[in-house]
Design a protein. Structure first.
Lengths: 55, 412
């Protein structure tokens, strides 16, 4: 779990730098972050919270 | 009139085993009081000290002072981590670094940070939290200062690899101190204290580092000053932290028995197996965690540069804005922790409630990033980013608190 977070920590500064280098502006960076948020929503929806319910 | 009840209370309340020295002190207070036939103002001060002394004899609070120091270390850990993010707009001009190279340098911290997570537990068992925290703090202070004398992109990158390696042991070692020093009832409070230090450090880091750069007139001196201050805090950690409560000179028998009782209780509970998580859920959690961390670390590393370059903020405005934004993150984290606890108390265990909450915060974060380019007003942009971080931190704390509740239930 911690490693997943650190992997993102490794990736995102480089990705952001590359997007800035290629496009020269922050607009696509913000859209990339919005895409990450969308992925976050999908991930949360697929977690099976009921699994550990005691009934 | 004053003397009699006060004296009686002290004598009766004096613990027979540990309160010998305080009893004699109280004796002298009484004698002084009877000499003048009534207690003077000063006597009341003495009397109050006596009462506090007695309360401390019941159980000293060294463990909370230890957690005060761990909290301070977490705050400075994050301050030193975000220093480069704040200084990057200035440094990149001086070293003429391209955005791609800036990204690699900002990433370098996490290379060693991630790698050092692996032997973290072994390091704690081998050296103990006190030695590990002290050497880690002095070490990251050193690399922070080294960044101040960097001559270009590569040496800056090397200093960041060192910083990441040295900063990595603090959180696992802090968790170890939590299990050594706190009772099972107190552990959640200790964990919240440590957790809230991180966003607080990110918030204050912006202000402090921007102020240091401006007042010292150089980003290099700011790094060196921050590094030296960190090393001093490392010395404080060595002076006050202990791996064994019994080895701490400030711990009295009362506190020791409280901690020992907690340790034996937690040992008894260790036999339970944690519930397994379905593979689909595990994959979903990993995706959620990774995409969450992308945004979180994206804002932490590049956020200040965005404010400087896309919004035209100067150093002072940037420091103020990062303070507001990351403080909002801390409030988001505290709010959702509080809400989840309240829901659990009411017996609200339905996964759908948490799913809806996580989904809603995620959609909120997504919309705010889509909306941000449309907002020209700088104050509006900072307000929107503050809302974003509030939601982002709320989602993380809410989810992890939810899981820890589940684990606690399956343990009991």
């Amino acid at each position: 779990m911690n490693f997943a977070g650190s992997a993102s920590g490794i990736a995102i500064p480089i990705i952001t730098g590359l997007i800035l280098q290629l496009t020269g502006a922050y607009l696509m960076v913000l859209y990339f972050f919005a895409g990450c948020a969308a992925l976050y929503v999908i991930g949360s929806m697929l977690i099976d919270f009921s699994n550990a319910e005691p009934h | 009139m004053y003397r009699q009840p006060a004296g009686a209370t002290f004598d009766a309340g004096c613990p027979s085993r540990t309160g010998v020295s305080h009893c004699s002190q109280i004796g002298s207070i009484k004698a002084r009081g009877s000499k003048g036939n009534a207690m003077t103002g000063l006597d009341h001060v003495y009397a109050r000290i006596g009462v506090q002394g007695l309360a401390a004899q019941k159980a000293s609070t060294v463990r909370w002072r230890i957690f005060g120091i761990v909290f301070a270390l977490v705050v400075i850990n994050l301050i030193d981590r975000v220093t480069l993010s704040i200084a990057m707009p200035t440094i990149s001009k001086e070293f003429s670094l391209e955005p791609a190279m800036q990204g690699v340098i900002l990433s370098a911290f996490f290379w060693s940070y991630a790698l050092l997570q692996i032997p973290g537990g072994w390091l704690i068992d081998r050296f103990g939290p006190r030695a590990l925290i002290t050497s880690a703090t002095v070490g990251w202070g050193f690399f922070q200062a080294v960044a101040g004398v960097a001559t270009g992109g590569i040496s800056l990158l090397v200093s960041r690899v060192g910083l990441g390696a040295a900063e990595a042991p603090l959180f696992p070692a802090g968790a170890k101190l939590n299990s050594i020093w706190l009772s099972s009832k107190e552990r959640a409070r200790g964990a919240v204290l440590v957790d809230s230090g991180a966003p607080l450090g990110a918030a204050f880091g912006g202000v402090i580092i921007a102020w240091l750069i401006l007042s010292l007139g150089s980003w290099r001196t700011a790094f060196v000053v921050a590094g030296l201050a960190t090393m001093l805090l490392g010395a404080l950690a060595w002076w006050y932290l202990r791996d064994e409560p019994a080895a701490h000179p400030g711990v009295n028998p009362g506190e020791l028995s409280l901690i020992k009782a907690a340790a034996s209780a937690s040992q008894a509970a260790q036999g339970d197996n944690p519930r397994s998580i379905a593979p689909r859920s595990l994959a979903a959690i990993l995706v959620g965690r990774m995409s969450w961390a992308m945004i979180n670390f994206g804002l932490l590393t590049w956020g200040p540069s965005y404010l400087a370059q896309a919004r035209g903020f100067d150093l002072k405005q940037m420091g103020g804005a990062t303070f507001v934004i990351f403080l909002a993150g801390m409030f988001g984290s505290l709010t959702s922790g509080f809400l989840v606890d309240k829901l659990q108390e009411r017996g609200m265990r339905r996964g759908t409630v948490y799913k809806a909450a996580l989904g809603a915060t995620g959609i909120g974060v997504m919309l705010s990033f889509l909306l941000l380019p449309q907002i020209a007003n700088p104050v509006g942009a900072v307000a929107l980013l503050s809302c974003t971080l509030f939601l982002l931190s709320a989602a993380c704390t809410g989810a992890s608190r939810r899981f820890s509740h589940r684990r606690r239930r399956s343990e009991s």
